[in-house]
Design a protein around this ligand. Structure first.
Ligand SMILES: [Zn+2]
Length: 126
């Protein structure tokens, strides 16, 4: 898989998470673009599997990216709902990229997130 393919898969997956409402203030984010424009990322993305050195499919916990709502509470986007097969492919891509580039899981995922953000934000608003 290439980075572009990974970005495409992530964007398709993330699109299924919207509309998304903040449980604290009730603010609703209609699309991923809307969400990216109105929240701030918090820290680096987290890949639980890799951080835990746990690549077993049955124990896959997926990955999560955190952001702050305008009201200050923390919102998360995770890999729930993604097929285990696809998630495993992404995890193996991640591990290969880490080895190839000598980066940590969070650093590689931060690059993916940046590419997803750029592609999403450069899209014309519907
Ligand atoms: Zn809120």
């Amino acid at each position: 898989m290439t980075l572009d393919e990974v970005v495409q898969i992530m964007r398709e997956h993330l699109a299924t998470k919207f509309p998304k409402a903040c449980q604290t203030c009730g603010c609703t984010y209609l699309t991923l673009k809307d969400y990216l424009q109105r929240t701030r990322h918090v820290g680096q993305p987290i890949a639980f599997d890799v951080e835990l050195d746990n690549m077993r499919l049955s124990n896959s916990l997926g990955s999560m990216s955190l952001a702050n709502c305008a009201c200050g509470s923390t919102l998360s986007l995770d890999s729930d709902g993604m097929s285990p097969l696809l998630l495993t492919k992404l995890m193996w891509w991640l591990v290969a990229e880490m080895a190839r580039r000598g980066k940590t899981a969070s650093e590689v995922l931060a690059d993916v997130r940046r590419a997803v953000d750029e592609a999403t934000l450069s899209e014309p608003t519907r």
